[in-house]
Design a protein around this ligand. Structure first.
Ligand code: DOR
Ligand code: ZN
Length: 346
């Protein structure tokens, strides 16, 4: 069986920087036409000038002949100025601003410590129509790691959505039933990305027969009931939910460590893994809108015109892929994936 869909976009992606950049990008550009590039480098991408230089490095690292557009974002800090937001809104290559609560995840130390510090910036974004992308977890050590998304909704997000009634918001990589419900019922202008790993696995995968660091990401995988709620949201045909892989590569030794990094690498099968989910839910006809339409519409960009063909034929994922001087272990390493890429047609 084959399916042909409009070429998809990845609305949440980490490509890192430096020597790993060409290795990581090669996987994405084979599948996706565009991707929202996360700004959590060290140091983070906080100014439009940083985003411009990073975009140049990404474009220079693309395989010859690749047709791929990096959609840049800024990293919000307590010190971001409304003037920088004005520059961002004017820059054609900046598409959003990312809010990491300080300490919530990888390279978030310079994130926002108190929302009150960025109210003037959010006000400006609301006025200029620049979307805010949110890593929606509280950071308090008192809150159980499995509850951090839900508590963030209750303590922060509900208020934010009301206080900035016209701010366009993407609740990134939602992982709970509560988040799916919140987005479905929220006012206009609130959307969410959903990763393939949160659709494919529940938290038990992290402990299957032993501790499996390659399933560790943030927000952490949740119970099966949450996964089912995410599948229902992704396959519902509701335009508020769209594809964002959050493919987040780390060198194998950084994952397989006494204190392993959060992040799952899925760019090597960034659309194929979603095809598995949609097929299992008998919703393959909804894969195209989720992957190739709703995100573009939210970001007010044209939908792609070229297509991608996938075939239902299993293949074995390599144990690792090159990653600068090291290697990255992809999701399903050494195991089968049920769909494969056949062709891209223009
Ligand atoms: O698992 C994750 N990895 N979650 C994030 O929010 C950040 C990402 C990364 O950059 O590695
Ligand atoms: Zn991410």
């Amino acid at each position: 069986m084959r399916i042909t869909i409009t070429r998809p976009d990845d609305w949440h992606l980490h490509v890192r920087d430096g020597s790993v950049l060409p290795h990581v990008l090669a996987h994405t550009v084979r599948r996706f036409a565009r991707a929202i590039i996360m700004p959590n480098l060290t140091p983070p991408i906080v100014h439009v000038a940083d985003a411009s230089a990073y975009r140049d490095r990404i474009r220079a690292a693309l395989p010859a002949g690749a047709e791929f557009e990096p959609l840049m974002t800024l990293y919000l800090t307590d010190a971001t100025s409304p003037n920088e937001i004005e520059r961002a809104a004017e820059a054609p290559f900046v598409h959003a601003v990312k809010l990491y609560p300080a300490g919530a995840t990888t390279n978030s130390a310079e994130g926002v410590t108190r929302l009150a510090h960025v109210y003037n910036v959010l006000e400006k974004m609301q006025r200029l129509g620049l979307p805010l992308l949110i890593h929606g977890e509280v950071t308090s050590r008192d809150v159980d790691v499995f509850d951090r998304e839900k508590v963030f909704i209750d303590e922060t997000l509900s208020k934010l959505v009301n206080e900035f009634p016209a701010l366009r918001i993407v609740f990134e990589h939602i992982s709970t039933r509560e988040a799916a419900d919140f987005v479905r019922e929220a006012r206009e202008g609130v959307a969410a990305t959903i990763t393939c790993h949160h659709l494919l696995y529940s938290r038990s995968a992290m402990f299957a027969g032993g501790l499996r660091p390659h399933y560790y990401c943030l927000p952490v995988l949740k119970r099966e009931a949450h996964r089912q709620a995410l599948i229902a949201a992704a396959t519902s045909g509701n335009p508020r939910f769209f594809l964002g892989t959050d493919s987040a590569p780390h060198a194998r030794e950084a994952k397989q460590s006494a204190c392993g990094c959060a992040g799952v690498f899925t760019a090597h099968a960034g659309i194929e893994l979603y095809a598995e989910v949609f097929e299992a839910a008998a919703a393959l006809d909804r894969l195209q809108p989720f992957s190739s339409e709703f995100g573009a519409d939210f970001y007010r960009l044209a939908r792609n015109r070229d297509t991608l063909t996938l075939e239902r034929k299993s293949w074995r994922v390599p144990e690792s892929y090159p990653f600068g001087d090291s290697a990255v272990q992809p999701l399903r390493a050494g195991e089968q994936i049920q769909w494969q890429l056949v062709a891209r047609n223009t």
